[in-house]
Design a protein around this ligand. Structure first.
Ligand code: 4AD
Ligand code: MG
Length: 461
């Protein structure tokens, strides 16, 4: 079978030859003696017109095919210089793999994203979602290529874990216990010794801690896998299940970390502009009119840099216009992140050196004793897309911080070992994959860039 994309790419080599194509019917107009069937196969936006005649044994069946039917067509590719489309197939044979019921929900009209979210199993058949998921696939490939070319080792970190990386208490528990009859110990606590793993476990919120252990063996590693957060925030940029890319580099400080993050984003943008020009033009035309100009702008400039303390000074001047007023020590909300990137810097920026109290326990304490060597990358339209830091590599400082936060040393023995056996300065970050896809496609809702979104009160399919 030849794809429609291949026919458009190398038309000359197929003209006037017999070929076979396979796909789904987009429209079908039959008359008494002949009919026109338009089909697509998911390889590109273009569709293919098939002309069929009543010399085919199953002419009647074919002329009645509904939108959505699956067909295999054998025929000759003919140039049609006068027509809208450059060529069509004169069918010799149309094999009906499966007709479609007349109530097929995707008829010709445009459907809203909200409606399409109610049929996630079918929406991938529309132009917009075909473009999104072709580009999503390419971005994943580009990310692997970026790190592999630099010699990073891809590490598969576990999805079920016994530790809490971010310490934000947003974990989904994993258990085989009967929730209607939870075993209790004598002092009334849950008796995890009777659970599958014999201890409390959860779905991972980040592969970082495991990733760090491998960075201490390979120097440069990255993870790329699903992560889970039971954040009760019903926003356009939060999902309960999302994918994260987490590089971790030994012998690297915060500056090195930001350099890699910026190079990675630029690499991925270039890759997608080069390898999915039609999809990117489509997004620019139908989804986000400023997209291409913005992405080219990113490639041609350096990311901005600002410390958290400087950012707060800038934001405080605009406090009247924020729903949530800022002051030193508070976490930045989306409205503040977007103000900084959209109004002040007008490009992606790194915000560094956040107060230690709003960041995770593992971040390296700065000399001021108040801030940590953290960096968040914020982009226009979305806000935070990357969170990262240099890690605390001093055993004493790390255990001190863990005590302050009430983290038990016995739960993090492996992590402390890294500071005992050949500790070295090291850094890493996490890129939210869906937010990256949103940024590169201009899609405005995280539910529309992941095939089967899981959000608060929503776990269809
Ligand atoms: O900033 P976060 O929480 O950082 C970490 O998890 C670190 N352990 C990463 C590291 O240093 N290795 O999350 C990283 C990124 C965020 O910047 C955001 O893009 C994305 O993950 N993210 C989410 N994306 C979708 N839905 C959610 N609920 C997300 N939470 C975080
Ligand atoms: Mg973060």
């Amino acid at each position: 079978c030849i794809t429609v994309k291949e026919l458009y790419r190398n038309t000359e080599s197929y003209l006037d030859k017999e070929i076979t194509v396979a796909g789904w019917v987009r429209s079908n107009r039959g008359s008494k003696a002949f009919g026109f069937l338009v089909m697509g196969d998911g390889s590109c936006f273009q569709t293919l017109q098939i002309v069929y005649h009543d010399n085919m044994g199953n002419f009647k069946e074919v002329s009645k095919l509904n939108v959505g039917a699956a067909v295999i067509v054998k025929g000759t590719l003919i140039a049609t210089p006068e027509a809208k489309q450059p060529f069509e197939i004169q069918a010799a044979e149309v094999t009906v793999e499966g007709d479609s019921a007349p109530d097929y929900p995707l008829q010709k009209k445009r459907h809203s994203f909200e409606y399409l979210r109610t049929i996630p199993h079918l929406r991938a058949r529309t132009n917009t979602f075909q473009a999104v998921f072709r580009v999503r696939s390419l971005i994943a490939y580009a990310i692997h290529q970026f790190f592999q070319e630099k010699g990073f080792v891809y590490v598969h970190t576990p999805l079920i874990t016994g530790s809490d990386c971010e310490g934000a208490g947003e974990m989904f528990q994993v258990t085989t216990m009967d929730l209607n009859n939870i075993p209790k110990t004598e002092d009334g606590k849950i008796d995890y010794s009777q659970d599958f793993f014999g201890k409390e476990t959860n779905l991972t919120v980040s592969g970082q801690l495991n990733g760090e252990t491998y960075a201490m063996a390979f120097r440069d590693i990255y993870t790329f896998g699903p992560t889970f957060r039971a954040e009760n925030s019903n926003t356009t940029r939060h999902a309960a299940e999302f994918w994260m890319i987490e590089p971790e580099m030994a012998f690297a400080d915060l500056e090195d970390n930001m350099e890699v993050a910026e190079a990675m984003l630029k690499y991925v943008i270039s890759y997608v502009l080069e390898n999915a020009p039609e999809e990117m033009n489509f997004f620019n035309q139908f989804v986000d009119k400023g997209l291409l100009e913005r992405l080219h702008g990113v490639l041609n400039s350096e990311f901005g840099h600002v410390t958290y303390t400087e950012a707060i000074e800038i934001l405080e001047k605009n406090n009247d216009n924020f729903d949530y007023k800022v002051s030193w020590g508070c976490d930045l909300q989306t409205e503040h992140e977007r103000y900084l990137t959209e109004q002040v810097f007008k490009r992606p920026i790194f915000v560094t050196d956040y107060p230690k109290d709003i960041k995770a326990f593992y971040m390296k304490l700065n000399e001021d004793g108040k801030t940590v060597a953290a960096m968040d990358c914020l982009v226009p339209g979305i806000g935070e897309i990357i969170g990262g830091s240099q890690r605390e590599d001093d055993l004493g400082k790390l255990t001190g911080r863990m005590q302050e936060l009430g983290l038990k040393e016995e739960d993090y023995g492996f992590y402390l070992d890294l500071r005992k056996y050949g500790s070295v300065r090291h850094s890493g970050f996490g890129l939210g994959f869906e937010r990256c896809v949103m940024y590169l496609t201009g899609m405005g809702n995280i539910r529309d860039v992941i095939p089967f979104p899981r959000t608060v009160k929503n776990c269809e399919l």
